[in-house]
Design a protein around this ligand. Structure first.
Ligand SMILES: C[S@@+](CC[C@H](N)C(=O)[O-])C[C@H]1O[C@@H](n2cnc3c(N)ncnc32)[C@H](O)[C@@H]1O
Length: 214
């Protein structure tokens, strides 16, 4: 039901707002995540980049080093505050945006999102990818990174109920996509995608299908 889902997505934003001061601990704790950050150098990031759900800016600096400009958006003002302090390159700007209620005001060469696709409810997948398409320039690419199916073994990652250090609990959306299935879902939505497993993670590149992925 739409009202229930709206409430769930609002709770998901509330969770990340409240979690902002704790968020970076996961990167401090997990070496595989820190190693994954180095993958940004191998991704086809170019031109003007839109980063969706940038969080505390863990990826933003690496994007800025490869991009002409980065526009990084997130729904949580608290994580944006941390990201602004972390990613200080002059070619980065931040905006507070609810991705599910937003149409991009311009087009970008690259649309990047890390650890956000798994928070998109299946019922919004088509609308979400329409938003990505609306943000892409004709030869632009979407690049995404997320937890893969193997993350199901990590209760703290796979669970759709999250608890903060103060004991407060929040419901969120968590969908662990399998590359083959996601490729098929994207094909049905008009995208051509190349999605690879890298240990517990998926790394994907996608283009609207009229333009082949290269
Ligand atoms: C798992 S974090 C990922 C953050 C960052 N991309 C990273 O990889 O570290 C998910 C992010 O999605 C943001 N978010 C949740 N719902 C959102 C929405 N509706 N619109 C924009 N951002 C949202 C949260 O505030 C949070 O920063």
């Amino acid at each position: 039901m739409a009202a229930d889902e709206d409430a769930l997505l609002a709770e998901q934003i509330a969770y990340y707002r409240a979690r902002a001061p704790e968020y970076d601990r996961v990167y401090a704790k997990r070496e595989d995540l820190r190693e994954l950050l180095t993958q940004a150098d191998d991704l086809p990031i170019a031109g003007d980049v839109l980063e969706l759900a940038c969080g505390t800016g863990q990826w933003t600096g690496a994007l800025a080093a490869r991009a002409r400009s980065v526009t990084a958006v997130d729904a949580s003002p608290e994580v944006l505050g941390i990201a602004r302090a972390r990613a200080t390159s002059p070619n980065v700007r931040f905006d507070q945006v609810d991705v599910f209620q937003w149409r991009p005001p311009r087009r970008y060469d690259t649309v990047f999102f890390a650890f956000f696709l798994s928070h998109v409810p299946p019922s919004r997948l088509g609308d979400f990818w329409d938003t990505v398409a609306a943000a892409l320039a004709p030869h632009g690419k979407a690049i995404f990174i997320d937890e893969g199916p193997a993350a199901v073994a990590r209760e703290e990652v796979a669970s759709d109920v999250r608890r903060l250090e103060d004991g407060s609990q929040y419901r969120i959306v968590k969908v662990l996509h399998e590359p083959g299935e996601l490729t098929g879902e994207l094909a049905a939505l008009g995208w051509s995608a190349d999605i690879r497993l890298r240990e517990e993670f998926i790394i994907g590149t996608a283009k609207p299908r009229s333009v082949p992925v290269i």
